[in-house]
Design a protein around this ligand. Structure first.
Ligand SMILES: [Zn+2]
Length: 313
């Protein structure tokens, strides 16, 4: 009998950027790994039907990545089919993963030649603001300039600097974090919660503009070289617009550690979907990022509608 279970790697936005706020971009997919090796993808366009059963309660190791050059990297499945102990990896895969060294490179850490090649390409520094007004500072390599922000689920974002390489950009990132009190991470759970009651678009844009200006002002007087200050707005993909607009909606009522799930996707912001359940007129925000490392079995399933819908209001 063929195994119909897949290991979820997460939501990826690897397609071409949105060209205007009215255009879709990134061709988002849920990436699934066959247990026999190889990958398949489920597109996450508006109107997509997602149905699956979470096959066990465990979180599985997603393997590791080797970086061979700026353009070439390769994924290796977990040799032991182990459970994930930290993040989405077992200890062996975590140690074998080249990308874990990225964060120490600008502090003088040694890196393999392929990763060095990747890190020495131009990188962008950005300020992203999420639906609750929380802002973070972050970096994106030149080829991932747009996609990185789409994956993050930013509601508004601006690029503030273009650095000659990935070392300089992380020095700038640390500088802004220390001087201006930025977060470098906003947790997925916080992003999902924020999308159930997003702030007004005009306010979020103003907030982002101010935070971006703060960074530019800081960068204008730093002694660090090797970068140019820029002022460029990130274009949010049209798929995210319905989620970023204020509306009555609720957190998805089921956990992702088990059970069966099925719903129609109405919009997507980062890895957060707007889910319409069968037999309900309500919209729910579902964090598809929670499926990362889970073993799922696709099928014709339907999520249970919460018994007393009124109680949600
Ligand atoms: Zn592993």
């Amino acid at each position: 009998m063929t195994d119909t279970r897949y290991l979820v790697h997460g939501v990826f936005w690897d397609g071409p950027p949105a060209l205007s706020a009215a255009s879709d971009g990134g061709r988002p997919v849920l990436r699934l790994q066959h247990l026999s090796g190889g990958f398949t993808e489920m597109t996450l366009d508006a109107g997509t039907r997602l149905g699956f059963r979470v096959a066990d309660g465990a979180k599985h190791c997603l393997g590791h990545t080797r970086v061979f050059s700026a353009a070439e990297r390769r994924h290796f499945p977990c040799p032991d089919s182990a459970g994930a102990v930290r993040g989405s990896q077992c200890e062996t895969c975590q140690l074998a993963d080249d990308t874990r060294l990225i964060h120490d490179f600008h502090r003088g850490g040694r890196v393999p030649a392929g990763l060095r090649d990747y890190l020495m390409q131009p990188h962008w520094l950005y300020v992203a603001t999420f639906a609750n007004g929380a802002s973070k500072i972050g970096t994106a390599s030149q080829p991932r300039k747009w996609n990185r922000l789409a994956e993050q689920g930013a509601v508004v974002a601006r690029y503030v600097a273009l650095a000659g390489d990935g070392r300089v950009v992380r020095i700038l990132e640390d500088l802004a974090t220390g001087e201006l009190g930025f977060a470098q991470q906003v947790r997925g759970a916080a992003k999902a919660a924020a999308l159930t009651d997003p702030g007004p678009g005009v306010e979020l844009d103003l907030l982002n503009r101010r935070r971006a200006e703060d960074v530019r002002t800081l960068l204008a007087r730093t002694a660090v070289g090797g970068f140019a200050v820029v002022d460029e707005q990130w274009i949010r993909p049209a798929q995210a617009a319905p989620l970023c607009a204020g509306a009555a909606r609720h957190a998805y009522p089921h956990g992702m550690v088990g059970g069966s799930h099925g719903f129609t996707l109405g919009a997507l912001c980062g890895s957060h979907g707007l889910a319409r359940l069968d037999g309900s007129e309500l919209d729910f925000v579902v964090n598809l990022g929670l499926l990362k490392g889970r073993l799922v079995e696709p099928g014709e399933y339907s999520s249970q509608v919460p018994a007393v819908q009124e109680a949600l209001f």
